[in-house]
Write a protein that binds this ligand. Structure first.
Ligand SMILES: Nc1ncnc2c1ncn2[C@@H]1O[C@H](COP(=O)(O)OP(=O)(O)OP(=O)(O)O)[C@@H](O)[C@H]1O
Ligand SMILES: [Mg+2]
Length: 391
């Protein structure tokens, strides 16, 4: 567990919200702005349903105007995801120190009484899930240049979390709904560090949204092996989604086309990758670059985690600093294989993703070489990861 120097100073001045004395609870939290519950209630007009902008596994997100006039996304964590004040603030302290142009900024939080609320910078253009992959509901047009900017921005943000932040952060939930877009359609990764804010027995992986399973690296989904390579797999899926403009899973399509990665591999083998590029671009894209991006997506989703490139290498490939053509690509770890397995193996003790519970404990510095054990029972599986604080 990470330790912090215990000298208390708050970004936003003293907490006048009442409820409990934060100073008694935590004396070592720096850089965290504490909001009173009252301020957030006023900001969201008493958490008015009309101000609700979304809901995830951890709770609801409201749009609100803070006292200083800033617009914020206010995430009210649900009862199950509540953590003790000290643990909560300790993790918040870590997150709020992380700054990067491709990561959502955390303004602060509220820890009054039973409330656990996160206050983020509000992003005007919602998430990639709603805009690019949300069907006809959005009027945002993603031309090829914008898509390139998004892919490279997300890769940079993730590379920063994986390789520059100490201790490293494995996001664990890279997916289209966690990529938010600002006014200029620049991407910001949200929810990083969130996995450590929830009690260890609560799953962080949402299976509520169709297709979420499609982002999970097979070794993570089946054996609970969590390393940076699992994030890289999810990034690869996202990359293919951005180029193709479709979700990783679409059961309304003819069988054989339902799973995006499976289809991508098929077209790659037929040397027809260009056929996967989003028709909404009306042919206005750089075909060579688009195929390169799809190949990088395939490199990231290879079945063997070791073969997947690091995120800094991915950035170099996407920006053209590194060649992709000479690298051999092996078959992706396919979610449909996993589904088949699930169907065939229902009698056996397969981990049931919907009810997955994770139990993580600690120890080394290299997550990618970490030994994770998974004790599987039907319904739940538990794994133990050496903790370098980076999960
Ligand atoms: N900072 C933000 N600015 C603007 N909209 C946001 C912001 N944070 C979240 N949202 C909106 O709220 C929705 C819900 O977010 P939340 O993170 O709770 O759930 P999710 O990402 O959809 O799913 P999951 O809980 O599985 O991660 C998002 O999809 C997005 O539309
Ligand atoms: Mg989210």
């Amino acid at each position: 567990m990470t330790c912090f120097p215990f000298s208390f100073s708050r970004k936003g001045g003293p907490n006048r919200g009442g409820g409990f004395d934060v100073d008694d609870e935590v004396s070592g939290i720096q850089n965290v702005r504490l909001f009173s519950y009252k301020e957030l209630r006023i900001a969201t007009e008493d958490f008015r349903p009309a101000n609700k902008i979304g809901e995830g596994v951890f709770g609801s997100v409201f749009k609100g105007r803070l006292k200083d006039g800033k617009i914020a996304a206010i995430k009210v964590l649900s009862a199950e995801s509540r953590q003790g004040v000290k643990e909560f603030l300790t993790e918040i302290n870590v997150i709020s120190e992380i700054e990067h142009e491709n990561l959502v900024e955390l303004y602060g939080c509220c820890v009054e009484e039973n409330h656990r609320i996160l206050v983020y910078n509000y992003l005007e253009n919602n998430s990639l899930a709603q805009t690019l992959l949300g069907g006809s509901h959005s009027n945002v047009y993603f031309n090829w240049r914008t898509r390139c900017k998004i892919c490279i921005g997300v890769a940079r943000g993730l590379s920063f979390l994986h390789e520059e932040v100490r201790p490293h952060i494995v996001h664990r939930d890279i997916k289209a709904s966690n990529i938010l877009l600002d006014r200029d359609l620049s991407p910001k990764i949200s929810d990083f560090g969130l996995a450590k804010l929830i009690p260890p027995n609560m799953t962080h992986v949402s299976t509520r949204v169709a297709g979420t399973i499609g982002y999970l690296a097979p070794e993570y989904a089946i054996r609970g092996q969590l390393t940076r390579k699992a994030d890289i797999y999810s990034f690869g899926v996202l990359l293919v989604e951005i180029v193709s403009g479709r979700c990783n899973t679409n059961t309304r399509l003819p069988i054989g086309e339902q799973y995006l990665l499976e289809r991508t591999w098929e077209l790659y083998e037929q040397k027809e990758l260009v056929g996967l590029v989003d028709a909404a671009l009306n042919g206005e894209f750089d075909a060579e670059q688009a195929c390169k991006f799809l190949k990088i997506g395939l490199l990231c989703t290879q079945d063997a985690p070791k073969l997947r490139p690091s995120m800094s290498t991915v950035v170099k490939m996407l920006t053209g600093e590194m060649e992709v053509d000479d690298i051999q690509i092996t078959k992706p770890g396919l979610i449909s294989d996993f589904m088949d397995l699930k169907v065939r193996d229902t009698q056996k003790a397969m981990p049931e993703i919907n009810n997955t519970s994770y139990n993580i404990s600690s120890g080394s510095d290299n997550l990618d070489n970490s030994t994770l054990s998974s004790g599987t029972t039907a319904g739940t599986f538990t794994f133990t990861a050496p903790d370098d604080g980076s999960i």
